[in-house]
Design a protein around this ligand. Structure first.
Ligand code: 5AD
Ligand code: SF4
Length: 469
C-alpha cells in the first residue's frame, strides 16, 4: 500500500437514516472503550458515524439498540473483562433479539478471539477490526438481517480514510491521529498485529483538522500515534519535528501534546522542536520497559540503558522543567532478580515524574509468548509492588520540589468529589486540584502549588492568566 492511498469519507445515502425507529424516534447506542487513547479516539469516530445515522447515546445497556465494545488486546486481563461483559449480556440479547451486539477494536484483530466468539459467544452479532471502522453503518445493517455473526476483519488497512465524522467526548481537549500502526515489533507486543504497519496521515490533513479544532474552541490538542517520532518516515516528505512546528504555527493554537514516543529515533531536531515550539508542552512520555540491557535486547527494544540515560540528559538539558514519564514491564520471561533490580535502579536514576507499570502478559503469536517463563505470578506481583513503591517515592519527591511554584493550569472541570474544587492539568501533565468556580472550565489559570502529594498536587488560584501582565 502506498501512503498516498487516502479517501474522503462520505456516509452512503442508504444508511443515513437507519438510526431512526419507524415512529421517527432515534435509536440508542451504548459504546464502551477499553485501552489506550487511540482506542478512545476510535470510539469518538464510531460515535460520530452512529450519530450521523440518527442514533443517540445512552448509558443504559437495557435501553440500547446497539451495544459495541471497543476492545484492547495489549494484556490478558482487559480481554477477560470483555468476555465477562459479553457473557453477562446473553440474557438481555435473549429478551431483545433486535439488539445488535458488537465487538470491535484490537481484540477483534486476533484470530483466537474471532474463533472464541464463534464457538462460545454466538450471540455476538458483529465483529469488526481496527481497519474496518468506516464500514460500521453497512455492518450494522448486515448484522440486523444475518442469522450468523457478521465478521469483517482486514489484516491490513486498505487506505487512510479522512473526514470521518467524530463525536468528541470533550470540548476543551481533542485527540488527533497523526499515524496508525507500529513497525517496531517488540517481542511482547501485539500492537503491530492489531494495528498493522506504520502509516502516517498527510501533514495537510492533520493541520487542517487542528485548524478546525482551534476554530471550534478546543484548547488542547494531543497528537496520537504508536510511535510518533517515526511520523512521516513513510511519507518521505515530512518528519515529526516538522509537523510539530507546523501545528505550533497554527494561529490561535493553545496547548499541543503528543504520545507515544519511542526512545529510538528521538532526534536532536525533535528535541529542538519541542524546546522551541511555545505551544508544545514540556512533557515527554518515553517508554523504557526495562533497565536491563539483556532484557531490552530480548524485548527487541532498539535502545540500551546507557542510550536511554543519555537521551534523558539531552532532553532535560534542552527543555527546562520537562516532565518525563514512562512505561515499564516487570516479570518479562526469564527476568532475574538482578535484572529486575536494574529496572528499579533506573527508576531512581532517571527520576521519572510518573510511570505506568505492568506485569508481563503473554500475547498469542508474539515471539515472547514462546520464551520460557520462570517466575510465579506471586513473584511478579511482588516485583510490581516493589517497583511501584520506588516510583511513588520518586513521584512524591519530584512533586515536593514544586511546592510554592506558580504554574499555568488548563481547567478541565469540577473535581470528582467536590463541586467547589476544580481539577486541571499543568503543562507537564500533572493533575492539580484547587478551589474555584466551574465557569473557569476550559480557561487558563495560575495556581500556586501548596500541598504536593504523590500522584496529585493541591493548590490555590493566584490570578487568571489574562490578569498577569
Ligand atoms: N504485557 C504487559 N504489558 C505490555 N505492554 C505492551 N504489551 C504488553 C504485554 N504483553 C505495555 C508496555 C506498553 C504499554 C502500552 O503496555 O509497557 O508501553
Ligand atoms: Fe491501544 Fe494497543 Fe490496546 Fe490496541 S492493543 S487498544 S493499540 S494499547
Amino acid at each position: 500500500m502506498s501512503n498516498l492511498d487516502r479517501t474522503s469519507y462520505e456516509m452512503p445515502d442508504e444508511y443515513r437514516y437507519t438510526g431512526f425507529n419507524t415512529d421517527g424516534t432515534p435509536k440508542k447506542y451504548y459504546l464502551r472503550t477499553y485501552g489506550c487513547q487511540m482506542n478512545e479516539h476510535d470510539t469518538e469516530v464510531m460515535a460520530g458515524l452512529l450519530q450521523g445515522m440518527g442514533y443517540v447515546p445512552t448509558d443504559s445497556q437495557e435501553e440500547s439498540d446497539v451495544i459495541l465494545f471497543n476492545t484492547c488486546a495489549v494484556r490478558e486481563n482487559a480481554e477477560d473483562k470483555v468476555f465477562g461483559e459479553i457473557g453477562r449480556l446473553r440474557p438481555l440479547k435473549q429478551r431483545n433479539p433486535e439488539l445488535v451486539l458488537g465487538l470491535c477494536g484490537c481484540m477483534a484483530q486476533e484470530q483466537g478471539v474471532q474463533k472464541m466468539v464463534l464457538e462460545k459467544f454466538p450471540w455476538v452479532d458483529v465483529v469488526f477490526g481496527t481497519h474496518n471502522i468506516d464500514r460500521l453503518p453497512a455492518l450494522l445493517a448486515e448484522a440486523r438481517t444475518s442469522q450468523a455473526t457478521v465478521m469483517e476483519v482486514w489484516d491490513k488497512a486498505a487506505e487512510t480514510v479522512e473526514d470521518m465524522p467524530k463525536a468528541r467526548k470533550d470540548n476543551v481537549r481533542a485527540w488527533v491521529n497523526i499515524q496508525y500502526g507500529c513497525n517496531k515489533f517488540c517481542t511482547y507486543c501485539i500492537v503491530p498485529y492489531t494495528r498493522g504497519r506504520e502509516r502516517s496521515r498527510q501533514p495537510e490533513d492533520i493541520v487542517q483538522e487542528v485548524r478546525q479544532l482551534v476554530a471550534d474552541g478546543f484548547k488542547e490538542i494531543t497528537l496520537l500515534g504508536q510511535n510518533v517520532n517515526d511520523y512521516g518516515v513513510d511519507l518521505g516528505t515530512s518528519s515529526f519535528a516538522k509537523l510539530l512546528r507546523e501545528v505550533n504555527d497554527i494561529p490561535g493554537i493553545d496547548r499541543i501534546r503528543f504520545t507515544t514516543s519511542n526512545p529510538w529515533n528521538f532526534s536532536d531536531d525533535l528535541i529542538a522542536a519541542i524546546a522551541e515550539c511555545e505551544h508544545v508542552v514540556e512533557h515527554v512520555h518515553l517508554p523504557v520497559q526495562s533497565g536491563n540491557n539483556e532484557i531490552l535486547k530480548r524485548m527487541n527494544r532498539s535502545h540500551t540503558r546507557e542510550y536511554y540515560l543519555q537521551l534523558v540528559k539531552k532532553i532535560r538539558a534542552a527543555i527546562p522543567g520537562v516532565s518525563l514519564t514512562t512505561d515499564i514491564i516487570v516479570g518479562f520471561p526469564g527476568e532475574t532478580e538482578e535484572q529486575f533490580e536494574d529496572t528499579v535502579s533506573l527508576v531512581r536514576e532517571v527520576q521519572f515524574d510518573n510511570a505506568f507499570t505492568f506485569i508481563y502478559s503473554p500475547r498469542e503469536n508474539t515471539p515472547a509468548a514462546r520464551f520460557e517463563d520462570t517466575l510465579t505470578l506471586d513473584e511478579k506481583k511482588q516485583r510490581l509492588y516493589r517497583l511501584n513503591e520506588a516510583q511513588a517515592e520518586v513521584c512524591l519527591k519530584r512533586n515536593q520540589d514544586l511546592k510554592g511554584e506558580v504554574v499555568d493550569v488548563l481547567v478541565e472541570g469540577a473535581s470528582k468529589t467536590n463541586a467547589q474544587v476544580l481539577s486541571g492539568r499543568t503543562r507537564t501533565n500533572r493533575l492539580i486540584l484547587f478551589p474555584g468556580s466551574i465557569d473557569l472550565r476550559g480557561q487558563h489559570v495560575q495556581v500556586e502549588i501548596t500541598h504536593p502529594q504523590t500522584f496529585l498536587l493541591k493548590g490555590r488560584m493566584v490570578t487568571r492568566e489574562e490578569e498577569v501582565s
